[in-house]
Design a protein. Structure first.
Length: 246
């Protein structure tokens, strides 16, 4: 399309912006949220002059939010140039745009224009923002890089090293916690009947009972934890008695 005018409407069908465009201008980025195509009303025009004139008539018809005359977020009356700009735009022009940003933001907040803009922005972009971000992550390959076996393995090693360095692993693997975990596991094994299955007379031995009674089993568990979290990762933890012994 060479020349046309367009209207942006919110979910309720209320116009909140009008403009003049060519080609795909109405679908591009604006200072206001761009709605889905089904809420963009387009009027083809025979010339640029006719499009500007129609834009001015639309602004006059629906009124401007900043002037309190309507619902449009337009900051001028439309048409070529900047006819009847609001006070913020005039201030920016006087100062060459150097301070228009801060003044615009402050007055938008005071007038409630920013709240209206945020309301429309949330309606239009909130529900689809997560889907768009997820799609971009997949298309760019970022998701594949995050979920490779190497990345997952690296994440596990980093988490393990941090747990060891801050002492959290030592707290988790104390004799008291191991004893408590054993009691809970033992109770579940009894309730499920699994313990009766594995604790037959043939499978039991005096050696196993003695290992528990003399603390040898706890030492074996501590050695396993030390080997897994410290030796394999090349970490020397000053709080670990086995590290100190080495």
């Amino acid at each position: 399309m060479d020349n046309y005018t367009y209207i942006y409407r919110d979910e309720a069908g209320t116009p909140y912006y009008v403009g003049k465009g060519i080609n795909r201008r109405c679908f591009g980025r604006h200072s206001v949220p761009t709605p889905p195509p089904d809420r963009i009303e387009i009027f083809e025009q025979p010339s640029a002059e006719a499009a500007y004139e129609h834009e001015r008539s639309l602004v006059q018809l629906y009124g401007r939010l900043d002037l309190g005359t309507g619902t449009l977020m337009n900051e001028t009356d439309g048409g070529a140039g900047c006819p009847n700009p609001n006070e913020e735009s005039r201030e920016g022009m006087r100062h060459g745009g150097k301070i228009s940003g801060p003044i615009q933001g402050q007055k938008n907040a005071e007038s409630g224009h920013m709240a209206a803009l945020g309301k429309v922005q949330g309606k239009l972009n909130g529900p689809v923002q997560g889907r768009l971000q997820g799609q971009k992550n997949v298309e760019s390959g970022h998701m594949d890089r995050m979920r490779t076996p190497e990345a997952c393995s690296k994440g596990g090693r980093i988490s393990g090293r941090l747990s060891v360095e801050n002492g959290r692993m030592e707290k988790m693997r104390t004799l008291e916690s191991l004893s408590k975990g054993g009691k809970i596991s033992g109770r579940k094994n009894v309730e499920s009947g699994h313990l009766a299955f594995i604790r037959t007379k043939e499978s039991c031995s005096k050696g196993g009972r003695k290992n528990v009674e003399n603390g040898h089993m706890a030492i074996v568990q501590a050695m396993g934890v030390h080997t897994y979290w410290h030796v394999r990762r090349g970490i020397v933890n000053p709080n670990c008695s086995l590290c100190r012994a080495q």
